[in-house]
Design a protein around this ligand. Sequence first.
Ligand SMILES: Cc1ncc(C[n+]2csc(CCOP(=O)(O)OP(=O)(O)O)c2C)c(N)n1
Ligand SMILES: [Mg+2]
Length: 273
Amino acid sequence: MLKNDIANTIREKALWMRRRAFTMVFDAQLGHPGGDFSAIDIIATLYFGVMRYDPKDPALPERDRFVMSKGHATGALYTALCAAGYFPEDWLPTYMQPQSKLNGHPNRNYLPGVETNTGPLGHGFPVALGIAIAGQLTGSDHRTFVLTGDGELQEGSNWEAAMTAGNRRLDKLTLIVDRNRLQQGMGTEETNGLDPLDDKFRAFGWDVVEVDGHDVDALLNVLSEPVEGRSKPLCVIANTVKGKGVSFMENKAAWHHGVPNAEQYEDAMEELV
Ligand SMILES: Cc1ncc(C[n+]2csc(CCOP(=O)(O)OP(=O)(O)O)c2C)c(N)n1
Ligand SMILES: [Mg+2]
């Protein structure tokens, strides 16, 4: 497929994901729609333009791994896994209902395609590090991608993982930071500032690129670049907007785990076309 066609497919999937994720949150009256919407273009690019996987064989040894370290944004992850073919669409409306496989945070024991359970912030990246080390030790050529929130990076465990990845020169590990500059309730820089984030990762032995996390063409270029010739792990700082796609949600901390009433739901659906 031509790169243009791939990018158009990703944009279509991302729109579908936003609509379905918001419907899930509306129906459940639970969820984290702000962080779903900042991450959806990144995750759609990975699943529909970059990663190697087979939804019929979730344990395929050669698959690329994706770890959703910001595990609260399940609207983004579940809609991607569904669109990728890991489970049928009629599972989506069960989101957060009793006995559902679609918990508030992802559980690999219930849902095919989930690499590891996440939700407690600061755990997914260290697990992804372990997956990447295993790949290096066994000579596998699979790539490991991990998506963290920016507020999440305030957890110290991430910096142990960053240090080890740099020291071990894990060239097939890619960390993507969803840099929406908001965490729960307020801005990251007002809470425990991360800037200059690029310099921090460089000092830990990483290559760093910054990208507009909603520009699918740019994401595709950065994330699909071959790993051959690299000698360091790659940190992609994806500048995003929390709540991206719905004007009244954008950049509003209240939509971290805010849920829509019927009128807001209708207004959002009118915008998401
Ligand atoms: C260890 C831990 N502390 C607190 C929480 C509660 N919590 C869930 S999401 C969140 C904010 C995360 O902010 P960020 O990482 O920036 O995510 P995003 O903006 O992408 O939603 C918090 C404090 C948690 N899940 N885990
Ligand atoms: Mg954030």
